[in-house]
Write a protein of this length. Sequence first.
Length: 318
Amino acid sequence: MQFNANFKLTTFTSLFVATILSACGDSNSTDNSNKDTAVASAFSLNFKAMSGTEEIDCDAMFTDYGTDQSYSIGVSDLRFYVSNLKFYDQYDVEIEATLDENDFQYQSEQGFVALVDLTSTASGACAIETLTGTARTNSVISGSYTDTGVAKVSFDLGVPQAVMQQVIATTSVEDAPSPLNEMYWSWASGYRHFLMNFAIEDTNGVAGGGYLHIGSKNCTGDGLLALETQDECEYINTPKVELNNFDPAVNTVVVDIQSILSGVAFASTTEGVDTPAVSCHSAPSSVQADCGPVFLNFGISAETGASLAADNATISAE
């Protein structure tokens, strides 16, 4: 029988291509199977507050504050809201996450917000009546995600404008949902995003107090509810945070009190009074001088109320 070279070559080529396609098909099937079988795992995003290398504690005083480093402080009340929480993998692709709902975590169609409260009312500076906060504490945000390798986390420090608008429009001070039943300036005028009260003592033992309240301003007209006739406050004042090389299973979010108060003078603002003081209620620095360096440290523009994560020097990872 005469050998048919063309037939044999064609047959060999067909079998080779079929084998390659079959192998590729198996690979794709495996990849798709892995994606389909990936399951959500629980996560905990942990927070703590530090003064330099020392962890904040109600019973401790922390030194070297003020522009001349001659003041000590004891943190009495430290609370802040967290929203717009997102996780990313090593390719900067957002990882889908689901946040839990509990007394410290609120979820609605308008968005998610959690309250982190790092001080109690039990003892030390936390028990000073004029500075103290709430008895309950919370240092974690919980939920679940498909863990494809978290490499970055980002979030805002504050209540989203849409959530603020919805809660104020539909509830009252008596029935506002937890954790949004606290931290407002006065009911229906808007929310504070970050609050820190602290005891102060100078080198002569003279005692004073500090009040640092970062929140949205100019949210309403006279006699109106906050955001009743507008979708955003004129000054949103919500610090932004972005932490690279961050894995919730390994790392903790650190609030650095020294960085927050860097550049603050601690000098009394009352003429003829030597009592040390710090006062910032999100007013222009021409009205409250301490707001100037504090806003700068948080990466907030005092002129517009806008924020940049790259300019926020107050939050880091450990």
